[in-house]
Design a protein around this ligand. Sequence first.
Ligand code: FE2
Length: 195
Amino acid sequence: MEKTIWPLFAKPIFKRPVDISGLDLSSIKWARNYNNWISESQNILAEPEFKNLAESVYDGLCEYFYGVMQAKDTVEIYFTESWFNKTEKGQMHHRHWHPNSIVSGIVYLEADGTSGGTKFITSQYDTIEYGINNANIYNSRSWTVDPEVGSMVLFPSNVEHMVVEYQGEKPRITLSFNSFVRGNVNTDPLTRLSL
Ligand SMILES: [Fe+2]
């Protein structure tokens, strides 16, 4: 027989390309966040000037929700919030998660080098943390994704994450978004839900 391993009950973190061609970020108005900058608008993907970006990002969200997670088409996923983040040299972004959202995502728009990665961290408490030889997806308590310009990363909104200190010269700019569901979310007896 073949040996088999099942990475059950996973928290899928999904990276894919996104179309950011022709994007003009010069008109963004910035406000202070804890350790970096956030756009004044928190509904970016509904704004007409970012229509192309919104379509490409929504393609990614649908691939995650209907493809990876196999959601039925009776349930619609939609953006609830979307905002830009700007992190300058020496800045980072605190550890957090995204309440009131199901799938969240980060779109990497501008960055210099590969510092300022997004670090995903498990919230699960382990009684014993034994020493390990090589990190892998089974034994890691955190996992860092490089901020590759032109890519997006989607993740379950309850997965904690942070931006590690950025060392690039030009600002690291990302778009973040949250999502929720509506329609016939579940049609089974006793778990039925329409929103
Ligand atoms: Fe976040």
